[in-house]
Write a protein that binds this ligand. Structure first.
Ligand SMILES: *Cc1c(COP(=O)(O)O)cnc(C)c1O
Length: 415
């Protein structure tokens, strides 16, 4: 009963948190933009630090009594600078979205031009989409994926860059399972004299472990969330060279945010400290091995995988050629009933009216809970059976019970 205190304060909240705990233990949590933070990270987030209003940066706070919070933030920064070989890191963004906005505020003027991947193809909402303030403030043009291979269409990127002369090019994506040629994008940015932001929200853990090419030192700015492949709890960060440090820091505070969330910064510091260990490299290797094995096992069961496989933690089931009644939305619902939590995504050249033709699976959380390569056959079976039985509620209920039993024996949550 880890939530006793909460339940005695407010039954409804305490109970709901307890049920959420059970949900995460009894289902296959496969949302690729989530992960499970360690107990140490969760512990760091629930301390006296939440009492502080940390306005300003270490050694230049607006309030006295800040020596310990300064030390914590300075350590988070030092660990991050070492992990990603960055000259300067700001660990204060409350989220990856605000990290992106701070970069825009640091170097763009309203009306400036952004060139980013089309949200339909897996670009992030904060990359100049209509539904985000970046789309209101800046003039955005989109580049695309090659609809056949699923790879970034570097030619379409180059052609658009030459045509519109952008002020900022954004790389880094939410649903892209393949390697990214950062140098090639940087070369295009150089030709048109544009800044280059690499949004590594999904990739920062893979990069910290040395298992994915790093854009740090290539792109002008890198931004990331801190709770996806890097397991450091909710939040964001910005990485850049010394030359941009002051502009970035000022754009984040005081222009965009108020006081820093010290409890989350302590979580980041602990998560970054964990990422410096060999155990973290082993974890990331297992995440990628699990994704590859899962992808192959799904192909064996007759499913199509977008780009044919993966270099990351992401596996995309391609439903563009699936029957009517098996759109991304239909399949997402069926998987949820079966105890597999994964979200629908859009893919290039949509076929279904619901505009979602893909299911994005991520192996970060299930790997954090101890699943290994040998378990991926079972996971693939559960997924393939749920998709086969998309409208058969009793079959989905059976799978859900099997998954509860499976997690009871196979899950060994890391401390
Ligand atoms: C997850 C993500 C973000 C940040 O999301 P927040 O919820 O704001 O932390 C930013 N960019 C990309 C590409 C992402 O996938």
């Amino acid at each position: 009963m880890p939530y006793d205190l909460l339940t005695s304060t407010d039954n409804a909240i305490g109970d709901a948190i307890e049920r959420e705990h059970q949900l995460q233990r009894r289902n296959l949590m496969m949302i690729a933009s989530e992960n499970e933070a360690s107990d140490a990270v969760k512990r760091a987030q629930g301390t006296m630090l939440t009492n502080r209003n940390a306005l300003g940066y270490p050694d230049s706070r607006l309030y006295p009594g800040s020596q310990h919070i300064d030390e914590i933030e300075s350590l988070a920064i030092a660990y991050a600078e070492e992990l990603w070989s960055a000259e300067h890191v700001n660990v204060q963004p409350h989220s990856g979205s605000l990290a992106n906005l701070a970069v825009y505020l640091a170097v763009l003027n309203p009306g400036d031009k952004i060139l980013a991947l089309d949200p339909q193809d897996g670009g992030h909402i904060t990359h100049g989409s209509d539904h985000h303030v970046s789309g209101e403030l800046y003039d955005t043009e989109f580049y695309h994926l090659d609809p056949e291979s699923g790879a970034i269409d570097y030619r379409s990127l180059e052609e658009r860059a030459d045509r519109i002369d952008p002020d900022l090019i954004i790389s880094g994506y939410s649903t892209y399972p393949r390697e990214i040629d950062w140098q090639r994008i940087q070369a295009i940015a150089n030709r048109t004299n544009a800044y280059h932001l690499a949004d590594i929200a999904h990739l920062s853990g893979l990069i910290a472990a040395g298992r994915f090419p790093s854009p740090v030192g290539i792109a002008d700015f890198c931004t990331s969330s801190t709770y996806k492949t890097i397991r450091a709890g909710r939040g964001g960060m910005i990485l850049c060279d010394h030359a941009y440090a002051e502009a970035v820091d000022n754009a984040l505070f005081p222009m965009l945010q108020g006081g820093a969330t010290m409890s989350n910064i302590a979580g980041k510091a602990i998560g970054f400290a964990e990422a410096r260990t060999d155990a973290f490299k082993t974890y990331i290797d297992q995440v990628i091995a699990n994704a590859r094995t899962l992808s192959e096992a799904l192909v064996e069961r007759g499913l199509e995988i977008f780009t044919g496989g993966t270099d990351t933690h992401i596996v995309l089931i391609d439903l563009r050629h699936a029957d009517e009644g098996r759109s991304g939305r239909d399949v997402e619902h069926a998987l949820e009933k079966a105890g597999i939590i994964a979200n629908r995504v859009s893919l290039p050249h949509t076929q279904h009216a619901t505009n979602t033709d893909g299911i994005r699976l991520g192996t970060t959380s299930i790997t954090a809970n101890g699943l290994e390569t040998r378990h991926m056959e079972h996971v693939a079976d559960f997924i393939a059976r749920a998709i086969e039985n998309v409208t058969n509620d009793s079959a989905l209920e059976t799978i859900s019970q099997e998954i509860t039993e499976f997690t009871e024996t196979a899950y060994h949550p890391s401390p």
